[in-house]
Design a protein around this ligand. Structure first.
Ligand code: GRF
Length: 207
């Protein structure tokens, strides 16, 4: 049984989608930990409501380097025997201290069709604003493995939505989030079934 940790800094609607999918037996894994760098993140409440261990380590005011912080996070994950980390609105750039031990065992969901509209500064409403400004007719969501390049890891799944001329960043965000909520549990299902392999930097989804 794959032991999953979900990392979230905010509202945690993707965490909720994963909790609901677990409840519905959609994947053969168990969320054993919800971690946040924001002690009052709503995601932590969602975890507690679901009876799942919720741990916070405030990044604001943390005394030490980013690496020191990630070493502590790594310890927390190791203590729970975590096999897969799912970043779900985790608003913190990770260091190799955490990325390397979880290489190809850490997923992220991004609210655009990567490699477009990714990288540093491309988060939250910035993404949707950029999509609209570029007059794209299509956007969507991407679940990808986390590597050291921001939003640059191998892509596992993507789902698209139409961008209408009258869409605003807000309306687009709602549509994209709906796709995220379907895509993320599906990616976790594939991972838990051992169907996601990385070969030469690309994902191969086994039948
Ligand atoms: C999502 O749009 C996700 O793509 C991005 O952060 C947002 C998190 O939303 N990485 P939520 O906290 O899961 O509601």
């Amino acid at each position: 049984m794959t032991k999953i940790a979900v990392f979230a800094s905010g509202g945690g609607s993707n965490l909720q989608a994963l909790l609901d999918a677990q409840e519905a037996d959609l994947f053969k894994g168990r969320i054993v930990l919800v971690f946040s760098n924001v002690p009052d993140a709503k995601a932590l409440e969602r975890a507690e409501t679901a009876g799942i261990e919720a741990v916070a380590l405030a990044s604001k005011g943390f005394v030490g380097s980013r690496e020191d912080y990630d070493r502590q996070v790594l310890e927390i994950c190791r203590a729970k025997g975590v096999d897969l980390i799912c970043l779900a609105g985790y608003m913190r750039i990770l260091t190799p201290v955490l990325i390397q031990p979880f290489l190809h065992k850490m997923l992220n969901v991004h609210p655009a069709l990567l490699p477009k509209f990714g990288g540093e500064g491309m988060y939250g409403h910035h993404v949707h604003e950029a999509v609209i400004k570029a007059k794209e007719t299509e956007s969507g969501a991407t679940v990808h493995f986390v590597t050291e390049g921001v939003d640059a890891g191998p892509i596992v799944l993507q789902g698209s939505v139409k961008v209408h001329p009258n869409d605003t960043p807000e309306t687009l965000a709602v549509k994209v989030l709906e796709v995220e909520h379907l895509l993320y549990p599906e990616a976790v299902r594939l991972f838990c079934e051992g169907k996601v392999k990385v070969e030469n930097g690309r994902v191969k989804v086994l039948p």
